[in-house]
Ligand binder design. Structure first.
Ligand SMILES: CC(C)(COP(=O)(O)OP(=O)(O)OC[C@H]1O[C@@H](n2cnc3c(N)ncnc32)[C@H](O)[C@@H]1OP(=O)(O)O)[C@@H](O)C(=O)NCCC(=O)NCCS
Length: 153
């Protein structure tokens, strides 16, 4: 019994450092680096990988950086149009978030975000871990959509 509980405990706490990994990727030349962050042990799930909801929150923040330049004020996330977890994120990875404006509408802006990991023990080698597309809406003081003031990309 004590053997079982200690093995479960160590399994829950062990970071995933599996040798088999996703293929190397190039960071996209047509995207802009908008965020870098390092996940900590407190961001991990029971597998020892990083919790998907934590990654989604970072992507939401990263995705808002370019639209903020056009909205020039309050905005809200109206939709996550697509979100793909392509490879696990691990404790200690250096994550780089690259963004590109895809569309500017009357009140909304759509952004593509690619997330690349450098494993803590393999710096300089990028692995694409997430790809997402999100839409933000410029809002007024009442929380209603307002026109995006700056239209040119
Ligand atoms: C964002 C919000 C103000 C938009 O209000 P709304 O009355 O639904 O807005 P509209 O129907 O007039 O649409 C506004 C724009 O959003 C776009 N939009 C609305 N729903 C969308 C969807 N599901 N996907 C993509 N774009 C969408 C519309 O096409 C429109 O864009 P355009 O003006 O560029 O053509 C409102 O939905 C809201 O407050 N949502 C909650 C936001 C929030 O709390 N976000 C954080 C979630 S944790």
């Amino acid at each position: 019994m004590s053997h079982l509980s200690s093995s479960v405990t160590s399994h829950l706490r062990a970071p995933n450092t599996a040798a088999v990994d996703a293929p190397e990727a190039s960071v996209p030349a047509d995207h802009v680096l908008v965020l870098k962050v390092i996940p900590l042990p407190g961001d991990a799930n029971a597998n020892g990988d990083i919790f998907g909801g934590w990654v989604m929150a970072q992507v939401d923040l990263a995705g808002s950086v370019l639209p903020a330049r056009y909205a020039q004020g309050r905005m809200a996330t109206v939709a996550v149009n697509q979100f793909i977890f392509k490879a696990p994120v691990r404790v200690g990875d250096i994550l780089s978030f690259y963004a590109k404006m895809e569309r500017i509408g009357r009140t909304s802006m759509t952004v593509n975000v690619g997330v690349y990991a450098e494993r803590f023990n393999n710096q300089g080698r990028y692995i694409k871990v997430t790809e997402a597309t999100l839409t933000y809406v410029a809002i007024d003081d009442q929380g209603k959509p307002r026109e995006v003031p700056r239209q040119e990309i």
